[in-house]
Unconditional design. Structure first.
Length: 184
């Protein structure tokens, strides 16, 4: 049985970026068919109104993205905004209890936008503690004293303001001017 890792992020782009990082840097495979999920993850996914059928790769809905390797099944959940992280995590945690699905690790991933993650850290550390997990002591560290490892993380990283979009936009550059300069 694979270890089940539950990550919750603010939005759909966050899920896409985290999925790409796990694929490219850690060689996880993205699960595109419900039939390819471990049984526990498939049961949890069945509680969502979407997806219908076996195709689970669409990211524009709150159903989680799943990635697997030989040891782990990682679910990355889109909370549909910072204000919904609490509600989404509570709902998911209740589903985990009903299904006897115990995450091997839990993480909350925040943008470093208008309100710095350090200012919101206590809110989310308390949320993890309320759900029965160890309380992380510091932003961007993993705590594993009682139960599974947990943490609250910021992207692009502690001390760096911005969102995932702020990291991705410069990478895109201006493809038209780049192409035309290369032809000169």
């Amino acid at each position: 049985m694979k270890k089940f890792v539950y990550l919750i992020a603010e939005g759909v782009l966050d899920v896409v970026v985290l999925t790409q990082i796990l694929r490219s840097e850690f060689k996880f495979d993205e699960v595109k068919r419900k039939a390819d999920l471990p049984e526990e993850a498939s049961k949890w996914l069945s509680q969502f109104k979407w997806p219908e059928g076996d195709d689970i790769k669409r990211r524009t809905v709150p159903a989680p993205a799943f990635l697997i390797d030989e040891r782990f099944c990682v679910a990355i959940r889109n909370s549909q905004g910072i204000t919904n992280i609490r509600r989404t995590m509570i709902s998911d945690h209740e589903a985990f209890l009903r299904l006897d699905l115990n995450p091997s690790a839990v993480g909350i991933v925040l943008d470093s936008d208008d309100v710095p993650p350090a200012d919101r850290f206590n809110e989310f550390a308390e949320l993890l503690e309320e759900r029965g997990y160890s309380r992380p002591q510091v932003l961007e560290t993993i705590t594993s004293t009682d139960g599974p490892p947990v943490g609250v993380f910021a992207f692009p990283g502690r001390g760096a303001e911005g969102t995932r979009e702020d990291v991705l936009l410069p990478l895109g550059g201006n493809p038209i001017s780049g192409t035309s300069q290369a032809r000169r």
